[in-house]
Design a protein around this ligand. Structure first.
Ligand SMILES: Cc1cc2nc3c(=O)[nH]c(=O)nc-3n(C[C@H](O)[C@H](O)[C@H](O)COP(=O)(O)OP(=O)(O)OC[C@H]3O[C@@H](n4cnc5c(N)ncnc54)[C@H](O)[C@@H]3O)c2cc1C
Length: 433
């Protein structure tokens, strides 16, 4: 019987393992709870209606269609039976393995306030992105419908909690949408009055970047009409707004970009984990005491040169390549690569439509040129010629015309809101699809 490799999670790490095992004589099963591989770095562009969902996600089955050695299963893994060497899926389905790769990423963390999620969705999946897009666009519609000034102001207040790259990228585009793109399309409300707020508990935005770039980004956002509030923890989050210190801020659209927690892999494996739930692995990415199991990407805690490897796409891909090389070496009798070493590819974030910050070691870049570099890098990493072409054309069109091409309200909005008018509710109902 051929060696059976089960890969749980077809994100950056899991898919890279499957690609890295091409030509090895083994049977590979890829299991994911979704039918698509998602390019998360551009999720915020779907959430802000710059790109369509199909521009940044591809069916896993079609990505692996030419690989006769790979079987793809759609299912949510519930656990791992390490004694029997089986992965557990719902309805008693079990998939046996000789080598197991767990690369199940992260989910949102609300620091013990899980009930905030309904009012402040995060951005992790395509469903999250379309929820955020719907709420953003509905808020403008409801402001246009409302005859009450306080309610209109609350509808036109957008609060993003957390000032890492995702938070910064979101407010940049929301401000652009409200202040520049939409004003000509609304008659009863003035979308230029929209308040776009970036709220951060820590002392500065983009803490992973140097202080100069962080200050540049903060100024660039302020120039674009974003209110940046640092050192301001959110203490409550309701369907009508948020509490900052002692003050209540009426805001009907709140987006969470403040924290993540690893997938429950540590519970499946009964493994040691760090404070964020990441499984602590050996320096070759295997589980301590069980070399047949690899844990990779965002769900793994691994250090390289004394530093925790960050939860970014290049790190997940590098880990995927390393695990594939190790498994290949084991199966062919070659020398395994040993210790994993992370090659830092730098930090990138956009600040609105035509500015970005880039940091690579001591090298720093900012402004329009950095934005072009950011754009080219992201186009390069998209899968398939079709996506690259469509995304490039969409960006070019939106850059030249100041239009967002995917401004569609889809599906019913369930979030309760005290100020929501009956007519505005009708907008949501009519747009259900
Ligand atoms: C909004 C956002 C923006 C980002 N921007 C950037 C950026 O600009 N640059 C950058 O480098 N990184 C960025 N990242 C981080 C980057 O996307 C992650 O580091 C990377 O996706 C990690 O890859 P992974 O393979 O570990 O996990 P993921 O890519 O998250 O893949 C995990 C896979 O596991 C599947 N899965 C999870 N649980 C189960 C289960 N129980 N059963 C079956 N399948 C399961 C999921 O469906 C998913 O397909 C961003 C992330 C987000 C959310």
């Amino acid at each position: 019987m051929k060696h059976r490799i089960v890969i749980v999670g077809a994100g950056f790490a899991g898919l890279t393992v499957a690609h890295g095992l091409r030509g090895v004589d083994c049977d590979i099963t890829v299991i994911d709870q979704r039918n698509h591989h998602l390019f998360q770095p551009l999720l915020y562009q779907v959430a802000t209606s710059m790109l369509a969902t199909s521009d940044i996600a591809w069916p896993i089955r079609s990505l692996l269609r030419d690989r006769k050695d790979v079987t793809t299963l759609l299912g949510k893994v519930d656990g791992v039976d390490r004694d029997a060497r089986e992965v557990i899926l719902p309805h008693g389905i079990r998939v046996p393995y000789d080598s197991l790769v767990i690369a199940t990423g992260v989910r949102h963390a609300y620091f013990g306030k899980d009930h905030w999620e309904e009012n402040a969705p995060g951005l992790k999946t395509l469903e999250d992105a379309t929820t955020v897009r719907r709420r953003l666009l509905l808020a403008f519609e409801r402001a246009e419908m409302s005859e009450d000034e306080a309610e209109r102001d609350a509808q036109l207040t957008f609060a993003v909690i957390g000032a890492g790259p995702t938070g910064v990228e979101l407010v940049g585009i929301i401000a652009e949408l409200a202040h520049r793109i939409l004003p000509g399309e609304f008659r009863r409300s003035d979308t230029r009055r929209a308040k776009v707020m970036l709220i951060e508990a820590g002392p500065r935005i983009l803490p992973a970047f140097g202080e100069k770039l962080s200050a540049y980004a903060s100024n660039a956002l302020t120039r674009r009409g974003v209110e940046v509030k640092t050192g301001t923890p959110v203490t409550e989050c309701t369907s009508d707004g948020i509490v900052l210190g002692d003050a209540f801020l009426p805001a009907r659209t709140v987006i969470w970009a403040a924290g993540v927690q690893a997938s429950p892999a540590k519970d499946w494996l009964h493994a040691k984990a760090d404070h964020a739930g990441r499984v602590i692995v050996n320096d070759d990415l295997t589980l301590p005491g069980d070399p047949s199991i690899f844990v990779l990407g965002d769900t793994a805690h691994v250090e390289s040169d004394g530093q925790l490897v960050p939860g970014v796409a290049p790190a997940a891909k590098q880990q995927g390549r390393h695990a594939a090389r190790t498994i290949r070496a084991r199966l062919t009798g070659a020398k395994p690569p040993g210790r994993f070493r992370y090659r830092n590819m730098g930090n990138l974030a956009t600040v609105g439509r035509n500015a970005a910050v880039i940091e690579y070691g001591r090298f720093q870049m900012k402004g329009l040129l950095a934005w072009w570099v950011w754009g080219i890098a992201h186009i390069y990493f998209l899968i398939g010629a079709r996506s690259r072409l469509f995304v490039s054309l969409n960006w070019l069109w939106s850059f030249l015309s100041r239009q967002n091409s995917a401004r569609l309200i889809t599906q019913k909005e369930n979030k309760p809101s005290s100020g929501q008018s009956k007519e505005a509710d009708g907008v949501a109902r009519r747009d259900r699809s």
